[in-house]
Write a protein that binds this ligand. Sequence first.
Ligand code: UDX
Length: 438
Amino acid sequence: MRLTVIGTGYLGATHAACMAELGHEVLGVDVDADKIAALAAGRTPFHEPGLEEMLRRNLDSGRLRFTTSYEEAGAFGEVHFVCVGTPQSPRSDAADLRYVDAAFAGIARHAAPGALLVGKSTVPVGTARRLADAYDAEVAWNPEFLREGFAVRDTLRPDRLVFGVESERAGTLLREVYAPVLAAGTPVVTADFPTAELVKTAANAFLATKISFINAMAEVCEAAGGDVAVLAEAIGHDDRIGPKFLRAGVGFGGGCLPKDIRAFAHRAAELGAPLGFLREVDAINMRRRDRVVELARELCGRPDGSVMGARVAVLGAAFKPDSDDIRDSPALNVAARLQLDGADVTVYDPQAMDNARKAFPLLGYALSAEDALRRADVVLHLTEWAEFRALDPRQARQWVSRPCVVDGRGVLDAAAWAAAGWSFRALGRSAPGGEGKR
Ligand code: UDX
């Protein structure tokens, strides 16, 4: 089939390459000429395992091309996927729909009669209806659930496909697009527009709630002298609960979960069906960042609790490992706060250094974990890269000035670090000595 993919950010670039990989003729469209030039030259503007190879393969085969022209896109495609971003509005928790609106307006003006316009962006419920009413073209909503770091796999072998459609024809076209994915046994849920839109926001709200639930348990464990990692393991054995997304730590960040739960709560309140608990999910998540700052202060051990001039090494800048995405990254948020309080903060991340430097130019940066740890008074482990998990605590002990570490992701071997002479603190566990005081 001849498909266009409008918006070539994380979602769109992945979708375009994957659709070409499935055998379709694909034209990627973006208003950003630099991005289009990079993609056409086989370069992805972000780190995503496997994507660049797939992009090049499909550019070489001629099945994948890129353009900045809606006119060309309209003439080319029978199905147009809209994959632009829906960031948080500058002045409220609502989603900012200006890119979605512009993309639909741009393609609707040029689409051939009978073309299908498919939204994939995460939008407030009601958006598909509004767009379908605004344009003389058929609309469908087909939300995506891809995770950064697994974007290719999640696109080619998703857990499920959701087709929000209003006609049999739209459903048939989507089945044709995804034929190889469906042949592999992927379940399809067909829904009306509002349900299809809500599936995405509900899934993200559930995931965020699960993380904040275990982080709330971490707060109780800190107060009661329990250990949240053991608690999570034990409740995770119940297959109604399950072990995934139950890792306590400094909480969730990224370009999706934080803004999506805010936009969802905002939209639900507008509709008169408020989701007040999502405010608490958000608050618990933000409190975990406060807690790391508090632990850093404690470990600095000054009588006045100040961190002024203390050398703090921050391991991690990306919002999660195997990504160079720093949007709403807990690690950088903690780093910036400590720096504002007068600490001398040095950050290291295996992939996200360039992005971190651009967004937080005043933080210190190191070229390796060793470099970051040199003469540190406190080490904060905030993104669980394999490289950090593999650090030898005895060797790392030699680099620092004071052996104090906070494990903000609950994956370092506490016993090994303590045995190597470190004062070791983790979220969700009380201080050694078990006084159970937060
Ligand atoms: C998420 C959803 O998983 C995906 O389905 C949706 O399409 C987009 O948003 P992503 O933002 O790539 O994907 O990240 P994800 O892997 O879900 O992690 C989100 C955050 O939660 C990260 O900061 C991660 O460190 C944190 N997290 C995850 C935890 O703190 N604990 C966990 O147990 C799991």
